[in-house]
Design a protein around this ligand. Structure first.
Ligand code: FES
Length: 102
């Protein structure tokens, strides 16, 4: 069963950066791209690296271990050695609070 989890205020997530949160026993990385907030599983599908420690550029996050990259909006793998999409989670803002569904 999925439910929404409060992860902070919109101002907690600076543009172009990532932020690790733990919700429902899962590590999730929250990203801001302009006005949009996005959430990905905080684990690279190629290995065990945390995407919240990756480098954000051109709407993608680059894995800190082998530099595979993922589209932050879709989770799609964009650059080898990453070939499998990373899970995405819905994000919304309600009454000034950011919520992630997991
Ligand atoms: Fe992320 Fe290898 S662990 S590209």
């Amino acid at each position: 069963m999925t439910q929404w989890h409060d992860v902070g205020e919109p101002g907690d997530f600076p543009d172009g950066a990532s932020w690790p949160v733990r919700i429902a026993g899962q590590d999730v990385a929250v990203f801001r791209l302009g006005e949009g907030l996005h959430a990905l599983a905080d684990r690279c599908t190629h290995g065990l690296a945390k995407l919240s420690e990756g480098y954000v550029e051109d709407d993608c996050v680059e894995c800190p271990l082998h530099q595979g990259s993922f589209d932050i909006r879709t989770g799609e793998a964009r650059c080898a050695p990453a070939t499998v999409a990373v899970r995405t989670f819905p994000v919304r803002v309600v009454a000034g609070r950011v919520e992630v569904q997991a």
